[in-house]
Ligand binder design. Structure first.
Ligand code: SF4
Length: 340
């Protein structure tokens, strides 16, 4: 059957989502996203042999991409694991109930549609004009955990991506006074499940382009009538503005999220500042009092100490000179410690 015939057959006979024609660009993007997702899964040990992974599907672009990429990886991965797609129908007005079941049937994946009217609870409890997201997502989380238990799933996959991670980091910093974001992997408080975010390394831009190319049947995310979270919108605009001004800045910040130096922040719970004393040993991760020159073009050397004045002179770099200076500095720090 030709590609066009398959499309017509899927659409007319099976009433299933047809495979869109894929351009080279889309295939490249698909390869990239599959590799990026696979790397995140491997780096953080998200999925293991024998796992049952419940894939949370809101019907938005991110969750569609998540399921599609996990299915592709499931076909190739050496590990055997089970995927179950789950959508919580929160009974929001105008929710198109038929869209996801029809799409998931067409894919031939194991799936469940969970009917849980969180909408009316939220409407009843939260006064008009107030933000509803916090109660709504708490209720949804409770439903998701109960369903995971019911299905015997040990992993719960969510569709958050790199940009969600960055936005959450700055939201917490700007409005919560905490340096905290979304982890790639998290044990639930009950200890029963591990929540995983396989799209952790994927950018929203790539996911949006992929969702468009794949023609996923997207369900709009504003059915609840909730105001868009203005704080998140502000942070998103700020980050996108930075990226426009300095391309690559978001990649850098994201690398920073994965490369933290607790001794250079200020959280006494993460680093023992009270117990910190000069140990006489160089710390490979710590500051050096005088950084060795990268270009070996010269550096400063302690020359003499006279009364209230201490003099440094500049001189050419050499291995011997560095050794002498290291010895002098060690001796000086010994003297200083003795004076204390
Ligand atoms: S946007 Fe709507 S559905 Fe989503 S968490 Fe907020 S209230 Fe719930």
């Amino acid at each position: 059957m030709t590609g066009a015939a398959v499309r017509v057959y899927c659409w007319v006979v099976m009433n299933a989502p047809f495979p869109p024609q894929r351009s080279r660009t889309l295939i490249r993007l698909q390869d990239h996203l599959q590799a990026t997702t696979g790397r995140a899964i491997g780096d953080y040990g998200m999925i293991a042999d024998g796992d049952t992974v419940m894939v949370c599907m809101s019907g938005g672009k991110d969750s569609h991409a998540l399921l599609d990429l996990l299915l592709a990886l499931q076909r190739r991965a050496p590990a055997r694991f089970r995927l179950i797609a789950v959508n919580v129908d929160q009974k929001q007005p105008n929710f198109p109930e038929h869209v996801l079941p029809q799409y998931l049937e067409g894919l031939g994946v194991d799936y469940r549609i969970v009917e849980a009217d969180t909408y009316s609870v939220v409407r009843e409890k939260i006064p008009v004009g107030k933000t509803t997201c916090s109660l709504c997502s708490r209720l949804r989380r409770g439903v998701i955990y109960r369903v995971a238990r019911e299905l015997g799933a040990n992993k719960i996959a969510l569709g958050h991506h790199r940009d969600d991670v960055l936005e959450t980091l700055f939201l917490n910093l700007f409005f919560g006074g905490r340096m905290k974001s979304m982890p790639p992997k998290l044990a639930t408080d009950s200890g029963e499940f591990v929540v995983i975010r396989p799209l952790y390394y994927c950018t929203e831009k790539d996911i949006a382009a992929y969702a468009r190319g794949m023609q996923f049947p997207i369900i709009p995310c504003d059915l609840c009538g909730s105001q868009e979270n203005l704080k998140r919108r502000t942070i998103k605009d700020m980050l996108q503005g930075w990226e426009r001004e300095t391309p690559g800045r978001l990649d850098n910040i994201f690398r920073g999220v994965q490369n933290v130096t607790p001794s250079h922040l200020g959280d006494p719970g993460l680093y023992d500042f009270l117990g910190l004393t000069p140990g006489g040993q160089a710390d490979p991760d710590g500051d050096t009092l005088f950084d060795p020159p990268n270009d070996k073009e010269g550096f400063l050397r302690l020359e003499r100490s006279e009364g209230t004045r201490i003099h440094f002179v500049r001189r050419q770099w050499s291995a011997e000179a560095t050794a002498v200076d290291a010895a002098e500095l060690a001796a000086a720090s010994g003297r200083a410690a003795g004076q204390d």
